[in-house]
Design a binder for this molecule. Sequence first.
Ligand code: S3P
Length: 419
Amino acid sequence: MSVQGEITLPGDKSISHRALMFSALGDGLSRLENLNPGADLKTTQTALSNCGIEITEKKSVVEVQGGGLRPFRQPEHPLYCGNSGTTTRLMLGLLAAHPIHVQFNGDDSLHKRPMDRVFRPLQQMGANVSARDRKYLPVMLSGRDLWALDYELPYASAQVKSAILLAGLHARGQTTVKSPAYSRDHTEQLLKAMGARVTVKGRQVSIKPLTKPLKAVDLTIPGDFSAAAFFITAALLVPDSDLIIRKVGINPTRIAFLHAVQEMGANITIANKEKHFGEAVADLRIRSSNLKSIRIHPEHIPNLIDELPLIALLASQAKGETIVRGAAELRVKESDRITSIVSNMSAWGSKIFESEDGFSIEGPTTLRGGAVKTFKDHRIAMTMGVAGLISKLPAVLDNSTCVDISHPGFFEELRNISS
Ligand code: S3P
């Protein structure tokens, strides 16, 4: 078996959420092409519709009718955010200054994820928010006038940074967020492209309140780099592979995984670079490679946070000891991803060891394959699905539909390119 062919991938999930939300504040009709088709995006779409935003789907294009500076109306029901932390956190910031009362709800996993990291700074801006145990969903928000904030984030989180910047769009004065490390900057890029007054100085971002609506956009969303990472891993690990992935987003704040695998010895070439609305896009060609171990340093963690389960898999096939530290944030993702990946990989015979804020792995080891406990986490299901291409026994997942969160059709695509 080898991994061969040419593929394009669903639109970037982070950019898709932002494109939908920011278009709501637009001065006309925004046309969004290649929006991520996953369940998390449907969640954002429905939440916005419930707040009065008109969204229509026409073949491969989603159209959002911008409602100007004050587009939101009182939703009739609680906003159900499903499995999506990005929907919840960004919508909290987006709605905080609008005169509506909103209850945010979600699935079991979302009910376990901390929301105080977002609403504490929003409360400092004057937002009226309450939550179960002052931390978790359900969260109640009553929108009202906000003042600006100068905020130092205790950890690098793009969701929290974005929520504060979105609230800042309607606050009195200039809002500034400082991050301890770089996190993905899609909010800054897209808001700037749509005419918001955003200034970036290193890890510090400032935003001035809107005086007019954002400019409506005609935007093609780049392929999702995090989705690409699964196929990159498959092509690197399966012998005699040669795969091309077209039009993938290669925003520098997202591709620490690419740099990490290149340092491990990956044979990847990048071609046809372009830039749209501040976002770089390129074609990637990946060929099977012999890998060596790597140390992932804490400052790079935010730029490959969603790809760390794949680093564990790659490290299990690389020569030497790989060490990941400073990744405690993984414990509050859709599942506790340190425990999820360590338990699955060690059940398959990998020499992987869990620590409080990461893991270490000695490679290479032959993987046994067999049962997979996904914890209903899309990225764990996809990682172990890729692992199943090189294990002795095939992967048998306890839940395969969870991949619909970010990439419906993932397993079909994986089957199509591996024969
Ligand atoms: C995201 C930011 C990251 C990432 C998540 C999407 C975003 O989370 O893990 O999948 O779109 O802003 P944090 O902001 O919690 O680091």
